[in-house]
Ligand binder design. Sequence first.
Ligand SMILES: NC(=O)C1=CN([C@@H]2O[C@H](COP(=O)(O)OP(=O)(O)OC[C@H]3O[C@@H](n4cnc5c(N)ncnc54)[C@H](OP(=O)(O)O)[C@@H]3O)[C@@H](O)[C@H]2O)C=CC1
Ligand SMILES: Nc1nc2c(ncn2[C@@H]2O[C@H](COP(=O)(O)O)[C@@H](O)[C@H]2O)c(=O)[nH]1
Length: 327
Amino acid sequence: MDTVFDYEDVQLIPEKCIVNSRSECDTSVVLGGRKFRLPVVPANMQTIIDEKISVYLAENGYFYIMHRFQPEKRLQFVKDMIDRGLYASVSVGVKPEEFTFIEELAAANLKPEYITIDIAHGHSDAVIRMIHHIKKHLPETFVIAGNVGTPEAVRELEHAGADATKVGIGPGKVCITKIKTGFGTGGWQLAALRWCAKAASKPIIADGGIRTHGDIAKSVRFGATMVMIGSLFAGHEESPGETIEIDGKLYKEYFGSASEFQKGERKNVEGKKMYVEFRGPLQDTLTEMEEDLQSSISYAGGNKLADIRKVDYVIVKNSIFNGDRVY
Ligand SMILES: NC(=O)C1=CN([C@@H]2O[C@H](COP(=O)(O)OP(=O)(O)OC[C@H]3O[C@@H](n4cnc5c(N)ncnc54)[C@H](OP(=O)(O)O)[C@@H]3O)[C@@H](O)[C@H]2O)C=CC1
Ligand SMILES: Nc1nc2c(ncn2[C@@H]2O[C@H](COP(=O)(O)O)[C@@H](O)[C@H]2O)c(=O)[nH]1
């Protein structure tokens, strides 16, 4: 592998503008035959997404993936979304009861449009077995498999039948995998994305490490079709995490899916809890992301998302913030 770098080490190089207004730039993306307004999906974590947010995102043209941490509610969730005329998008693990859940969906003739296999170390036979299981019982469902961090893993999961792979092991804000195990793409997630994207023949979802809206454009440049984001979505008034007040300022709870707060025990803990600053309504962030991405497309000299893929870049090793705070 050649040079490695992360989001903050890279700047994209502008091309001559071809639009008269940033509003002409189209940020939409197609995944699994559906068109979404943004190439962004809030992380399938319990402090990021819930039923209400899922409905809001589906109704308003955004992609969502419901988390898998209240398994007793999942079947009804799929049914409710279908009854409302909305697409259903849920997550599964790989334990035996998760295989049963797929069979229950099929038996009830409930066919989610999207199922995401959400495992820390997705390059595994267990994930391959689950891909085969979903394709056998729900052949029309679009299967996203992850998480992985190598081209070999992308190829193997695609070969097993995955329709998209999710790349990112350890770059997350509440992740401690990199510290506790010494493994992962933390610190070089953007280069890992590029490495994986070169091997991919199907869409890639870049997962973790997004700290600014510009990082979304950088992900697209290096091969992502969609970008999964946790921390930037944790602080909204709709966010499911607890709201606390410190010295008159509001904060929201954000914890890892492999943290003791999620697991209820201190076993194989690879995640932590933090508090993020309150950011107001979710739609304000989605609108700002869209505006910023429209601007990115204009700097790329284009009018659609794919035009970002063509731009050149420089590596500026840890210097783009020049000592400034991000916000
Ligand atoms: N993207 C990332 O960097 C990471 C994300 N996470 C998130 O945390 C949540 C929990 O993940 P996960 O622990 O996989 O889910 P589960 O706790 O559901 O574990 C899934 C299965 O995989 C096994 N397993 C877990 N990790 C490994 C491993 N390193 N090697 C072999 N087998 C393993 C588990 O067994 P056993 O527990 O007995 O080993 C279990 O049978 C998920 O939402 C995941 O996305 C967690 C860590 C990293
Ligand atoms: N290593 C861990 N990674 C985790 C855990 N819970 C979630 N995640 C991953 O983080 C991203 C979100 O990253 P962010 O930088 O946008 O906040 C999420 O989608 C998961 O892939 C965990 O407990 N440990």
